[in-house]
Design a protein around this ligand. Structure first.
Ligand code: BV8
Length: 235
């Protein structure tokens, strides 16, 4: 009889690192080349839309060069075989969870594969470059398209659904996140407040919030996540 019914898994850039996707804060991370304020805020987009479009166009183009790793496929295996529910809440904007086979994925910080019209708010799938000349396929407004990404100071997506999932979880696992960005970094405190779930952190090194987890395992996600999944499915 499996111990856990409702499993919520939070992931961050660290789960995509072994696929070759740069993380944000590791030594050669994304922010090293750019100050966060220069590329991931609405003010930055107003100030220099070309720089911001270039930053996201580069990352969107990189998506076709990377493939899911063993951690992504292990989470898909868990979702397919676990008798209860398994939901991935990701801070990542890549599509590696979906390409790894996960079905129930919530992108709280948006997706590189979508752009949004600042004029009519339509969200469209986008795989090429987007720039200040791109017109909206829905309302034909020119120069109003932006990455459908949650920037600093903007409200993350699907928060009601996420807090509902946290309230019903009996296992909360955080994988590959430094625990520096809110509200995601606050989910473990939310879970501990409710007091029903076991909490596990799987990360290369202790995150900022490591002490809030009942259990921590440190090392590469590609190694540790398959072991964790195997344990859960064996129960
Ligand atoms: C909000 C999209 C409220 C962009 C991202 C002052 C001013 C303004 C805001 C704030 C402020 N103080 C606090 C805030 C809130 C702010 C915030 O938290 N700031 C931080 C910096 C203090 N948060 C926000 O602004 C959020 N919105 O609060 O709105 C609100 C309320 C009402 C009305 C309106 C608004 C929005 C935050 C979202 C920002 N967007 N991403 C993009 O991707 O380009 S955040 C960005 O950081 C990514 O999404 C990323 O996922 C996220 C967190 O980073 P991590 O994923 O953790 O990545 P990181 O590199 O840090 O860590 C990787 C980890 O993996 C490391 O620990 C490493 O050891 C590990 N690792 C590496 N390799 C491996 C590994 N682990 C395992 N295996 C490996 N192989």
């Amino acid at each position: 009889m499996n111990l856990y019914k409702n499993i919520v898994i939070l992931t961050g850039a660290g789960i995509s690192a072994e696929s070759g996707v740069k993380t944000f804060r590791d030594n050669n991370g994304l922010w090293e080349e750019h100050r966060m304020e220069d590329v991931a805020t609405p003010e930055a987009f107003m100030r220099d839309p070309h720089l911001v479009h270039r930053f996201y166009n580069l990352r969107r183009a990189q998506m076709s060069d990377v493939t899911p790793n063993l951690a992504h496929s292990a989470l898909a295996l868990l979702e397919a075989n676990h008798r209860g529910s398994v939901t991935v809440v990701t801070q990542n904007v890549d599509d590696l969870h979906e390409r790894g086979g996960s079905k129930d994925v919530i992108h709280m910080h948006g997706e590189l594969g979508n752009v949004r019209c600042g004029h009519c708010a339509e969200v469209v799938q986008w795989h090429g470059d987007c720039d200040t000349k791109t017109t909206c396929p829905t309302c034909a407004a020119g120069g109003a398209m932006r990455p459908d990404i949650v920037w600093f100071g903007e409200m993350p997506f699907h928060m009601d659904r996420i807090y509902g999932l946290l309230a019903g979880a009996d296992l909360f696992v955080s994988i590959g996140t430094s625990g520096t960005v809110y509200p995601a970094a606050g989910f473990v405190a939310e879970i501990n407040q409710i007091g029903r779930a076991h909490t596990l952190e799987i990360n290369m090194e202790p995150s900022v919030g490591a002490s809030q987890f009942a259990e921590t395992r440190h090392g590469p996600a590609g190694e540790l996540v398959p072991v964790f999944v195997e344990e859960i499915l064996r129960d």
